[in-house]
Structure formats: C-alpha cells, structure tokens
Design a protein around this ligand. Structure first.
Ligand SMILES: C[S@@+](CC[C@H](N)C(=O)[O-])C[C@H]1O[C@@H](n2cnc3c(N)ncnc32)[C@H](O)[C@@H]1O
Length: 206
C-alpha cells in the first residue's frame, strides 16, 4: 500500500521534534536573496507555503513586505515566533494545511515564494498545488519557485519527491494559467544542491 504519512502535520512535526530536518539550510535561500535585490517588495503581499523555520519569511519581511507564512507543523512556526525580529516585522503565521486555506486568501498576493514545499507534497497533489497558487495570486502576480530536486526521478520514494522540470512547467502553463517569465540555472545554490535546482519565475495570467 502507498505510504501517505507525509500528508500529515504529525509526520512533519515529528521530524522537527527529532531534529531530522535534513532539508533545513539554517539560512535564507541565496537564489531568492539575489533575485529580491532587484524587486521592490515594500508593502507587497507575499505568500510562503510550507515555510518551515522561516529564514526566507524573516528576510522578505525585513524588506517591507507583508508576509503570510503557512505551515501545518507547529514547531517551526514557534521557532519563527521566537526569532527576536519577529515582533517588529509584518508577518502573519498561519497554521494550516495549504490545501485547506480559506477563501479570504483568494487573489490576495503579489508574490508566492516556494522552496521545498512542492517536493514535500505528494506528487498526486501537484495539480491541486498549481490551482492553489493560481487562486491566491492577484492577476499578474508572480510565482517564484526554486524547484528541487530536479535530478531525482519523480516516482522514487520521497519526500523529497523528484521534480521533472519540463512536466512541471507544462503543469503551470496548462490552459495558459501562467506565463513563464524566466528560468535561472546558473544560481548561487547551496554546494550540495548545485545543478539539482532551478529558479523559475511564472506570472499569473489574469
Ligand atoms: C521540506 S520542508 C521545507 C521547509 C522550508 N521551506 C525550508 O526550505 O526549510 C516542507 C515543509 O512543508 C510543510 N508542509 C508539508 N506539506 C504541507 C501541507 N500540505 N500544508 C502545510 N504545510 C506543509 C512541512 O511541515 C515542512 O515544514
């Protein structure tokens, strides 16, 4: 029978409890830092799904954005709350399954920043994930994703589940829902992930 434990908050919270957070780089995502240095995020509404310990949440909020960070595991959300900068920044922490987000989040965001949430969800939920990103972005809103691990076959055991780049771009461009603005392969990746991730910027077609 197929293992679906990774669909539960308990599975992820336990990994945080046991400190088996092999994905956690303990720092903001460098390819995002390089990209956001060109963006004016002041006052912009930004959504971060599966935010984990929230290094990007803090960094993007420091640039003046209103950041809505979602995770269904309690421990990383508490870790963000305990960051000394948290109370001075415009951050809303939402403890929820991303697939159960309320209607009030529809067409609300200028940007979504995604790193290692897409590979954490079950591949059978990827269409649902695409629909979620489409729903919550404003028209012309940008989905900025560092897709990882692009070298791992999709049907191998996960998480992380492999990300086939061509198939994933097709998924987002399906029915013209998103327009591909740029793909960046020469990026400042963590050395262990070099060549195994790609930065993609997609725009919601309104
Ligand atoms: C691999 S971790 C990545 C965390 C963070 N993005 C990072 O790069 O450090 C995946 C995160 O997504 C969360 N997550 C997985 N599925 C989720 C879902 N359906 N709804 C909300 N959060 C989810 C997990 O609790 C976990 O914190």
């Amino acid at each position: 029978m197929k293992n679906t434990k990774h669909k539960t908050s308990k599975f992820w919270n336990n990994l945080y409890k046991k400190n088996e957070i092999f994905w956690d780089l303990c720092a903001p995502t460098k390819p995002f830092l390089d990209l956001i240095s060109y963006l004016n995020l002041e006052g912009k509404k930004v959504f971060i799904p599966g935010c984990g310990n929230g290094y990007d949440v803090i960094e993007i909020a420091r640039l003046g954005a209103q950041v809505y960070a979602v995770d269904f595991a309690e421990i990383p959300l508490n870790n963000i709350r305990n960051n000394s900068d948290f109370k001075n920044l415009n951050i809303k922490l939402i403890k929820s399954n991303i697939f159960e987000l309320k209607q009030i989040f529809s067409e609300k965001f200028d940007y979504v920043f995604e790193y290692t949430c897409f590979c954490a969800i079950d591949p059978s939920d990827r269409k649902k994930y695409r629909d979620l990103i489409y729903r919550i972005l404003k028209n012309s809103g940008k989905f900025i994703s560092l897709f990882f691990p692009i070298l791992k076959p999709e049907n191998n055991v996960g998480p992380p589940f492999g990300v086939n780049l061509d198939k994933t771009l097709k998924l987002f461009k399906n029915n013209n829902e998103f327009k591909l603005l740029s793909i960046h392969k020469e990026i400042n990746s963590n050395p262990e992930r070099k060549g195994n991730e790609v930065l993609v910027v997609l725009e919601k077609n309104g």
